[in-house]
Design a protein around this ligand. Structure first.
Ligand SMILES: [Zn+2]
Length: 255
């Protein structure tokens, strides 16, 4: 289902790609408003087993899966090896403290921790330092599922601040999150880091979800939201997998 990808944010490009200015290799969002990060990479699409594993970590707190997912995140980060600086601060997207209190851990931090461990072996020349408290989330934001791109941007605007600007000034920063959808969250986080003086900002996520482009997808995204909410109330992994397959069949049928 994933054909050509945007060279900047990794979103799937609308097919077919026409000749002319639109064949720049950039998606419409990146052409209209270049993001405040150099490049975003992901391990793979947010579907099926990946989706079930992320749900197991976030909502069923199966920490055992964090190591495996961290290894996949390491593979995503390694896609940056040819371009990104060899010395970077690794900043997981923070949760608001109310969400942190509810969940008890930040899945992005946990994934970053395990990814760095894997990269120490596979890429010993890379000097990546985990800086979990570099970024703070000022506002508890609504779930991004089912919102349009514009709603998502407004939802996270000004949601992040850098706790100690001196710690990121002139540093190269790699932002880590579990899922990237429209990129509104990582754009807001990257903007806060760039404004604090970061030399460059890069992004790596475990999974890339498609943007909600039409009504059909909006419906499946809302369905997904309901599934996420019920997930914390003890949805079985089987139900989660069924949800995932329904979601992906919606996606496939819209192409
Ligand atoms: Zn893009």
């Amino acid at each position: 289902m994933y054909g050509a990808l945007c060279s900047r944010c990794g979103d799937s490009l609308d097919a077919p790609v026409q000749a002319g200015p639109s064949s720049s290799g950039l998606c419409r969002a990146c052409r209209m408003a270049p993001p405040p990060f150099v490049r975003a990479v992901a391990y793979g699409p947010y579907q099926d087993r990946m989706k079930a594993a992320i749900h197991a970590l976030k909502y069923e707190r199966l920490h055992a899966v964090a190591r495996g997912l961290g290894g996949m995140l390491a593979v995503a980060i390694a896609k940056l090896a040819a371009e990104a600086p060899s010395e970077m601060l690794v900043v997981p997207v923070p949760l608001h403290r109310s969400k942190y209190a509810e969940r008890g851990f930040n899945q992005a931090r946990s994934l970053a921790f395990h990814a760095l461990k894997a990269l120490k072996k596979s890429h010993p020349e890379w000097r990546l330092t985990l800086a979990s408290s570099a970024l703070m989330r000022l506002r508890a934001t609504e779930s991004q599922f089912g919102l349009t791109s514009r709603q998502r941007r407004l939802n996270v605007r000004g949601a992040f601040t850098v706790s100690d600007p001196a710690a990121v000034t002139l540093k190269h920063v790699l932002i880590i999150d579990d899922i990237l959808t429209t990129g509104a969250t990582v754009r807001a986080a990257a903007l806060a880091l760039a404004q604090a003086g970061a030399a460059s900002v890069w992004v790596a996520t475990l999974a890339r979800a498609g943007r909600v482009r039409d009504y059909r997808r909006a419906v499946s995204a809302r369905f997904d939201d309901a599934e996420v909410n019920s997930g914390s109330a003890g949805t079985s992994p089987v139900a989660t997998l069924q949800g995932a397959s329904i979601y992906s069949s919606h996606e496939q049928s819209s192409f």
